[in-house]
Design a protein around this ligand. Structure first.
Ligand code: DC
Length: 228
């Protein structure tokens, strides 16, 4: 397969990973959830009690952090591993969700993660979702999508997702966490969340998962035909 990069960016809970996984499955591309990497770093910092102001401890920690992904056929999901420990559920917990945006503002953390993300895409057909994939990690990606959705729709989706996992969040807490993360993600100094000028904007407030997959598949097919 020819190397292809599809970059999907947008705010939290806009359905980026749902679309990214569905595209990867439909076209046989690899999938990388870049947010999971920042979450794994946040989990490590939390467990090792690394202060976000401690540059020396952070630099040392980053040398000791190894992240990889494995597909679990029983659960039918990609799972994140932190130093060979499966942490897919731990990285979605409330404490990690509260800590991850501040962690993702740290320059050394971003540099390390961006290096890993670029390495993961070498000679691959890959879909990667995040905040700065089309603007910074892969500014020459073959296809860039910027996803948006109505804030109420996003909060409702996130609330349902957390309830399904048995996580005990109130609707107010969900709204506050999304608001806080949007603010930090889009105002931080290092590679903030921005729409790339050449991105297709996809507002999925009123689209089903199938409809959005079909819509984007037309663009991907156009790309594959152009690459032949
Ligand atoms: O997509 P997510 O909610 O799992 O991402 C977790 C956090 O990581 C989010 O608050 C912003 C940050 N992030 C980032 O700064 N850059 C990326 N490419 C992906 C995620």
């Amino acid at each position: 397969m020819k190397p292809i990069i599809i970059a999907i960016d947008g705010y939290s809970s806009c359905g980026k990973s749902t679309l990214a996984k569905a595209l990867a499955a439909r076209f046989g591309f690899a999938y990388v959830d870049s947010g999971a990497m920042y979450r794994a770093v946040a989990l490590y910092f939390m467990e090792q009690q690394i202060a976000l102001e401690d540059d020396v401890a952070i630099a040392k920690a980053l040398e000791n952090i190894h992240i990889h992904f494995e597909y679990n056929p029983d659960q039918q999901r990609n799972e994140t591993y932190l130093n060979n420990r499966m942490v897919e559920d731990d990285i979605r917990s409330k404490p990690v969700s509260d800590l991850v945006s501040p962690v993702a503002t740290i320059k050394a953390v971003r540099t390390a993660m961006v290096n890993l993300q670029r390495k993961a895409a070498v000679n691959k057909a890959i879909v990667m979702d995040g905040r700065d994939i089309g603007t910074h990690v892969f500014p020459t990606a073959d296809l860039k999508l910027f996803m948006t959705a109505d804030p109420k729709v996003r909060a409702t989706r996130r609330f349902a997702e957390l309830q399904a996992k048995g996580e005990n969040w109130s609707m107010e807490e969900v709204i506050e966490n999304l608001r806080e993360r949007d603010h930090i993600d889009s105002t931080r100094e290092e590679n903030p969340l921005r729409q790339a000028t050449d991105a297709h904007v996809l507002d999925n407030s009123d689209l089903t998962e199938q409809e959005q997959l079909d819509k984007v598949s037309i663009w991907v097919n156009g790309l594959l035909n152009a690459k032949i």
